[in-house]
Design a protein around this ligand. Structure first.
Ligand code: HEC
Length: 201
């Protein structure tokens, strides 16, 4: 069971960690609050900001993060059919992509999946405020490394890139891994998109 209070607290933490870029997307503002948007309207917002969102993430030096992940994730398999409704990850809309190594395993959305090392998952995010304005959110990344490399995170590396492309240093255990492991260890640490947003393979 997901512990709602824990999720809310941790989601607030991730939200507060986000470096918010005052990106101007005025032409893409839906003009109503996130809670009032239909899936199709959220998708329209995403379509409008998608090019800028990726350009922002890809800008500048990625330092400890593999720049190839950030450059290429849009060529991977998309795992959510619409920007999944806000909830976790700081009340953001989320679009999830999985690289070729992991796409088959991830898109089964299995309990107890076998996730091959080399799997990389990228999750784009954006928020819509109560004022109806859209704001780019961070890019969240998970990389499955060889067994035994990072036992305390079940061999997942967690990374985050700000909307302006800056890699964000997070305390991976408390900011990412504890929530994923506490709630989704039975699913290999994966939360998966909400069911209505999942794309099956
Ligand atoms: C409050 C709990 C929580 C915290 C903290 C959290 N996540 Fe997640 N994460 C989730 C949930 C729930 C999902 C599935 C929901 C979705 O993607 O729509 C998810 C999904 C993901 C995914 C897509 C793969 C998957 O699990 O299906 C990535 C990548 C990801 N998170 C990265 C991160 C990173 C990086 C951090 C730290 C900066 C982080 N997460 C912190 C709850 C959390």
């Amino acid at each position: 069971m997901i512990k709602a209070e824990h999720l809310a607290a941790a989601a607030a933490l991730v939200g507060s960690l986000a470096v918010s870029a005052p990106a101007a997307h005025a032409a893409c503002d839906p003009g109503k609050a996130a809670s009032e948007l239909t899936g199709a309207e959220a998708q329209a917002v995403y379509d409008c900001i998608a090019a800028d969102l990726h350009k922002g993430y890809a800008t500048g030096d990625k330092r400890w993060i593999d720049a190839g992940f950030v450059r290429d994730y849009r060529d991977w398999t998309r795992a959510s059919s619409l920007p999944a409704a806000p909830g976790f990850h700081g009340e953001r809309f989320l679009v999830t992509w999985v690289n070729p190594t992991g796409a088959d395993a991830y898109l089964d959305y299995a309990e107890d999946p076998i996730i091959p090392s080399g799997t990389v998952i990228a999750k784009e995010s954006f928020a819509v405020g109560d004022d109806g304005k859209v704001h780019a959110g961070p890019l969240f990344l998970m990389q499955k490394v060889e067994a035994g490399v990072s036992p305390q995170t079940d061999d997942w590396y967690y990374m985050m890139v700000a909307p302006d492309g800056a890699p964000v240093a997070v305390e991976v255990m408390s900011a990412c891994s504890e929530c994923h492991q506490a709630n989704f260890a039975h699913q290999g640490g994966l939360g998966y998109p909400v069911e209505e947003a999942r794309i099956a393979r």
